[in-house]
Design a binder for this molecule. Structure first.
Ligand code: FE2
Length: 424
């Protein structure tokens, strides 16, 4: 006897008429047209059943603080850091926890069930760290929260920066972060990458650095990050976040850089909503888009995910925890308008992001966690186009969110193929 049987579902890989059978929180079978006894049987009506959305780059300690203590008037990255600096002495653990828990509720309602959040380790009190560890504990029954020790003010630039980061790791923060482009010199930036990778290797931890979040084409810390990943045997365990300088780099240099990143097994996270709004601020016209080279990285064999980065904080006044919004923006900024390109943007907020986080049991396959989202769309492209309604969200076999079907569906007529409307 099954606990749950979802019938007549479309899957992100294009299969239709599929059934997913669940017992004890795990997927026991994925096959066409299963007929079995189950406590609950759901007719998916041909809609898309996807593994949950995953946000591999977020800042939960800052989220929902927009306007505190003031709004970022220029909208730049540096004024955002300044506003955050003004807010930090005023932070209270209870308020941080309350905002983070509210955001996690939004996330679950949007089918976003795993988040990697950077948490600022710069303040010696480690108040944001303690607060986010408490949030991680409280949301564990319904959301995977992974924390990165993020030295916002730099590990070498700020007095005590490295010690504070190590203390955060001692308290149980999961991943080693960094911000090499914010250190005082290129040499210090490279030195910070080396010492933080060595720290991660010594402790057996993953690495995720804010890397080259700048329009400066000579900000090349991703090269050092990739080299150190190889030198220390950290292939597949290191991520470069943002990498916006790559947008502006010399093409010849990038042709040498891409194979190095691929060989080193370093993944890259672009944050389209934030990169398009924060980068290019020193440009007149033409204005650079500032997002890293997503199609070229993918073509080189690099795992690329899209992150939300910010929701209503000193850097960004919008956002709702909707990873389809993120995929939609990424698709446009990267001009990934082909059918495979659009589907790759869906992967960037699901399976690729899960790979960055090393999530266990992720995916629609037998033996995996019964965590999935039923979307009111017939395939991944339509889901992005509509930022489709999340009809039902399950986590390990338990229904955790539900939204009524919208009447004005905006769906195309029944399709003849899984790849798109009347496409051959
Ligand atoms: Fe970030």
């Amino acid at each position: 006897m099954l606990d749950l049987l979802v019938n007549n579902a479309a899957l992100p890989d294009g299969r239709t008429g599929m059934s997913v059978a669940v017992r004890a929180g795990l997927i026991v079978e994925v096959a066409p047209g299963l007929d079995a006894l189950a406590h609950e049987v759901i007719d998916a009506q041909g809609f898309l059943l996807s593994p949950p959305f995953v946000d591999a780059h977020f800042h939960m300690d800052a989220c929902l603080s927009y306007g505190l203590p003031r709004v970022n008037a220029s909208g730049t990255l540096l004024e955002g850091i300044a506003v955050w600096g003004e807010l930090k002495p005023l932070l209270k653990a209870d308020a941080l926890i309350e905002r983070a828990l509210a955001y996690c509720d939004w996330a679950v309602a949007k089918g976003l069930l795993a988040i990697r959040s950077h948490v600022d380790t710069s303040d010696p009190s480690l108040l944001p760290v303690e607060a986010m560890l408490e949030v991680r504990r409280r949301v564990a029954p319904y959301l995977d929260l992974q924390l990165v020790a993020f030295p916002q003010d730099g590990v070498l630039r700020a007095k005590g920066g490295l010690d504070n980061l190590k203390r955060a790791l001692d308290l149980g923060v999961d991943v080693v972060g960094g911000i090499p482009h914010f250190e005082r010199t290129m040499a210090d930036g490279a030195a910070s990458v080396r010492l933080l990778c060595e720290l991660a290797a010594g402790r057996g931890l993953l690495v995720d650095m804010h890397c080259d979040e700048s329009d400066d084409p000579l900000s090349r810390h991703i090269e050092t990050l990739a080299f150190e990943a190889q030198r220390l045997g950290l292939q597949g365990r290191v991520n470069g976040s943002h990498c916006t300088s790559m947008h502006s780099m010399d093409n010849y240099y990038v042709s040498k850089l891409l194979p190095l990143i691929a060989e080193s097994g370093v993944s890259v996270i672009a944050n389209p909503l934030i990169n398009i709004t924060l980068q290019g601020r020193h440009d007149s016209y033409p204005k650079r888009r500032g997002m890293t080279r997503v199609p070229e990285l993918l073509a080189a064999g690099v795992n690329v995910a899209f992150g939300h980065d910010c929701v209503m904080d000193p850097w960004y006044g919008l956002g709702s925890g909707d990873m389809l919004d993120v995929a939609h923006m990424g698709l446009h900024v990267a001009q990934m308008t082909s059918q495979p390109g659009m589907r790759a943007c869906f992967d960037a907020v699901t399976v690729n992001a899960a790979k960055v986080m090393h999530l266990q049991g992720y995916g629609l396959a037998a033996g995996g966690d019964a965590s999935f989202v039923l979307l009111q769309a017939r395939d991944a492209v339509e889901a992005i186009r509509l930022r489709a309604n999340r009809l039902k969200v399950w986590r390990k076999g338990v229904l955790v969110a539900e939204t009524p079907e919208v009447v004005a569906k905006l769906l195309l007529p029944e399709r003849t193929s899984a790849t798109g409307f009347m496409l051959s």
